[in-house]
Design a protein around this ligand. Structure first.
Ligand SMILES: [Zn+2]
Length: 241
């Protein structure tokens, strides 16, 4: 849970890292504190002094923008010294649906990630999800995919292949329990929540590689399946809101 500015300090010196801004906080008169999510460093708080904020960093410290950040660790603090925009995802700002969806991904990470822990797999997941939104993939499916993969990284994702109760393959259909999906025989007389087709779609959404996913979503009809399943998935986070 990200709640503190206190982290183990880096050795004094200069650093250059690619990443994105997860959160910004204005500290009165002193400029801004930025929670950057950086390659090899994970999420890390940096100070962007007020006098330099506007002219030096321009659009690079806007939310959703990806940049290469120049940092300096002084004996006291980690400072942002410069930034070069790599991808501004400007097209997302022209669509309220895409923008809101991307912001939800960022918000989820702000709540889930640990400051100071390298999380390159999750940084790549965020980058890939942003590209999928930019590529016009349906945002409900992208959010479902992102959330399942994020849970997977944390070791918390419910299996889409095997019954959580008896371990047999989920082929014909499945039912939700608090622990995960259970198979038809473990469900007894209770009605299934997901039929075989729905299960297959959920597996594709979560497991197809980036390019295959783009191709597959092109053939998907609008359905409430993914938003319904997303509501189930978020209950598997340990920091439930
Ligand atoms: Zn079972």
């Amino acid at each position: 849970m990200i709640s503190s500015f206190e982290t183990d300090k880096l050795p004094q010196g200069y650093y250059k890292k690619v990443g994105t801004v997860l959160q910004r906080r204005d500290s009165s008169g002193e400029g801004q504190s930025l929670l950057l999510f950086l390659r090899d460093m994970g999420p890390i708080w940096v100070s962007a002094p007020a006098s330099k904020t506007k002219c030096r960093f321009g659009g690079a410290i806007e939310p959703l923008v990806w940049a290469e950040f120049d940092l300096y660790q002084s004996p006291a603090r980690l400072y942002l010294q410069g930034a070069e925009v790599k991808e501004d995802f400007i097209s997302l700002r022209c669509s309220a649906e895409k923008l809101k969806s991307a912001l939800r991904l960022y918000k989820r990470l702000s709540k889930t990630l640990m400051v100071g822990h390298e999380s390159n797999n999750i940084l790549i997941l965020l980058w890939s999800s942003m590209l999928l939104i930019k590529e016009n993939c349906p945002v409900d499916i992208v959010e479902y995919r992102f959330t399942w993969k994020l849970l997977k990284e944390a070791g918390l994702a419910p299996s889409l292949q095997y019954c959580v109760n008896c371990g047999s393959k989920l082929d014909s259909g499945a039912r939700w329990t608090n622990d995960g999906l259970i198979c038809a025989s473990c469900s007894g007389t209770n009605k299934e929540d997901l039929d075989a087709d729905a299960l297959k779609s959920l597996r594709f959404a979560a497991l197809l590689n980036h390019d295959k996913f783009i191709e597959w979503t092109g053939s998907q009809e609008k359905s409430s399946l993914y938003t319904d399943e997303l509501k189930k998935l978020v209950t598997f986070f340990t920091d439930m809101d």
